[in-house]
Design a protein around this ligand. Structure first.
Ligand code: AGP
Length: 620
């Protein structure tokens, strides 16, 4: 939900690396930003707003040269977006940045006031993060003025045992000028091991300019980095050795590559993502997911799949129900992760629990996943970030090969998830004997056809056509997206894309449900986007289109070139190549992504960083 960076250079100024890191992390939150350097007086600069606003503050009031520092970009949870609530927070001689929520901050605030015999005037912000700094001050006790490294580690360890909630912390102490301390629990934190120094950050994207060698910290771990050392400990301060992972991504792939927005770049990367994921997931002899950790004989034993996710990933999960039940003959239950975790879910050892998450850090998905694992379900996952919390909870993960997805609105990760589900369905179908080699081969062929068909839908005339339609309807107040069968989850996804970046009210609905109420909303102000390509329910969907048209609604049909009835009925038509109904969603989602993009562009919205949202929702 927030982004943190810590830099420990061997020489030179840390300021540039800190600011560059914040820019790469802004997708995680952009209410305010701040930086602190380890120099005389621990100078800080903070600003409400974006990283650009922080840079403007620094330009007006330059920072001294320092090779060590920490920085933060915020998505507000406790305390309104304001400079006083911007990180880094300082208490006595402790300065820190925090991503997460200190759930027992009231109790800790009282503890600090009692221990230090202060009163409410102790506090300079309304944030829980400031309480973390104060808690460390309390745990330092008599050593607080000039602690040794061991004093600091002891204080961090004791504070970790008291604190409840999620945290990724980067910490400085006035009296220890050569290192950044860190600690993590539930919020992501990586250590970067570089030539010019060592680093910590919320995710690798922040440090790709500095290094591609990373250590993924796990829950309950703390430690420090100096310019040439990295020390990691568990909560009891037992030393830990963690493997160093080298990222293939380079800084370039995380940049815009000439596009005006990350979202447009990521929409147009999708054919490449599908091709790369296919290539990475098919072994010799068409072996599906050769690296998947669960052998076929075990896979065949499970009697049900439960899929948990949030947002766009949940729409992929809903499509997964159609694909998995059809291909593998196994019952599939899909649930909002935020709902599943707080009811008394019926789940046990006969169940595969599948979590789908681009970031692998979504608090609701992780929380629900842990509930199911604790009840004995076998965890599997689909994720885009190697080393994420989700990947560590499941030792059977299908990694989508999407590269970093920066735009808050998920696009290429969604198609990567769809593809991963297709492959899991083929693997399960073969394991359960519902698909023979010929059927698997035929479906792989369909996926390869879809991958090439996607090329026809990105860029050029296809993009310009949707842009024209989007501009024409950009100021309509309400949109409905309708589909049946596998098109229904795509209708949900089209609605979510539109609402989250253009702030227009949009609903995705099963086409057959309109007559049970929503038809009352139809008017000339409503745009109804209907997914009506080749499918067993095409005739039914035509009837639903008619219901909308006769009541004055505007219909945009997403269909194939041979669907003359839909073409003649619609006000506007967007063609997609004809493919098998089960792979058609990989194609039909692309014009819906473009539609959302160009409506938001026309409405002057901030496409990559839409208001009130963040890329990775690591708090509940
Ligand atoms: C989708 O465009 C949104 N950004 C959001 O719904 C997102 O899909 C959801 O928060 C889940 O994120 P995850 O895939 O990283 O778990």
């Amino acid at each position: 939900m927030c982004g943190i960076v810590g830099v420990c250079y061997s020489s030179g100024s840390a300021e540039h690396a800190l600011i560059a890191g914040l820019r790469s992390l802004e997708y995680r939150g952009y209410d305010s930003a701040g930086v602190a350097l380890h120099a005389e007086g621990m100078p800080r600069r903070r600003a409400e707003g974006r990283v650009d606003d922080l840079v403007a503050v620094i330009d007006r009031d330059p920072l001294p040269e320092a090779r060590i520092g920490i920085a933060h970009t915020r998505w507000a949870t406790h305390g309104v977006p304001a400079e006083r609530n911007a990180h880094p927070h300082r208490f006595d001689r402790v300065t820190l940045v925090h991503n997460g929520i200190l759930e027992n901050h009231d109790a800790m605030r009282t503890l600090v006031e009692n221990e230090l015999r202060t009163n409410g005037s102790t506090w300079s912000s309304e944030t829980d993060s400031e309480v973390w700094a104060a808690l460390l001050r309390v745990e330092l006790g008599n050593a607080s003025e000039n602690p040794t490294v061991d004093d600091m580690l002891g204080a961090i360890s004791r504070a970790m045992l008291r604190a409840r909630g999620s945290y990724a912390l980067a910490i400085l102490h006035d009296a220890i000028p050569d290192r950044v301390f860190f600690a993590r629990h539930e919020s992501p934190l990586v250590v970067g091991i570089g030539e010019s120094g060592n680093f910590v950050a919320s995710d690798v994207a922040a440090l790709l300019e500095e290094t591609r060698d990373f250590v993924y910290l796990q829950d309950g771990q703390c430690g420090f980095v100096t310019s040439d050392e990295c020390a990691i400990f568990d909560e009891t301060l037992q030393p830990i050795e963690l493997p160093i992972d080298t990222i293939e991504w380079d800084a370039e792939s995380a940049e815009k590559g000439g596009y005006p927005h990350f979202m447009l770049k990521e929409i147009e990367e999708q054919p490449h993502v599908v091709g790369r994921t296919l290539q990475a997931s098919i072994g010799s002899g068409n072996q599906i997911l050769p690296d998947f950790a669960i052998p076929d004989e075990e896979l065949a034993r499970y009697g049900r799949i439960i899929i948990l996710a949030c947002g766009t990933a949940l729409h992929a999960a809903r499509l997964g129900k159609y694909l998995l039940e059809e291909a593998a003959g196994i019952p599939v239950t899909v649930d909002f992760a935020s709902e599943f975790r707080y009811r008394s879910p019926m789940v046990g050892q006969n169940d595969l629990i599948l979590a789908i998450s681009q970031s692998g850090e979504t608090a609701d998905t992780l929380g629900a996943y842990r509930v199911a694992i604790d009840k004995g379900a076998r965890p599997i996952a689909i994720c885009n970030v190697r080393g994420s919390s989700l990947c560590r909870l499941s030792n059977a993960t299908i990694l989508t090969q999407c590269g970093p997805e920066i735009g808050v609105a998920s696009t290429k990760a969604f198609t990567g998830q769809l593809l991963a589900i297709h492959l899991l369905a083929l693997r399960l179908g073969r394991a359960r004997g519902t698909l023979d080699d010929r059927a698997v081969e035929a479906r792989l062929g369909q996926l390869r056809i879809a991958r090439h068909a996607m090329e026809q839908l990105v860029g050029g005339a296809a993009r310009d056509h949707v842009a024209r339609i989007a501009t024409q309807f950009a100021h309509k107040p309400i949109y409905f997206f309708l589909g049946r069968g596998p098109d229904y989850p795509i209708a949900l996804e089209g609605a979510l894309k539109l609402k989250e970046i253009s702030y227009v009210h949009a609903e995705g609905y099963p086409a057959g449900e309109m007559k049970h109420g929503p038809l009352a909303l139809v008017s000339k102000d409503m745009v109804c986007v209907v997914l009506c390509g080749d499918s067993p329910t095409y005739e039914k969907v035509l009837g639903n289109m008619q219901e909308v048209k006769t009541r004055g609604g505007t219909v945009v049909a997403i269909t194939n070139e041979d669907k003359s009835e839909a073409i003649s009925m619609a006000d506007e038509v967007i063609f997609v190549p004809k493919t098998d109904a089960f792979v058609a969603p990989l194609l039909s989602v692309i014009p819906l992504q473009y539609l959302a993009y160009f409506v938001a562009l026309e409405r002057g919205c901030d496409i990559d960083k839409p208001r009130n949202l963040a890329k990775s929702v690591t708090v509940e």
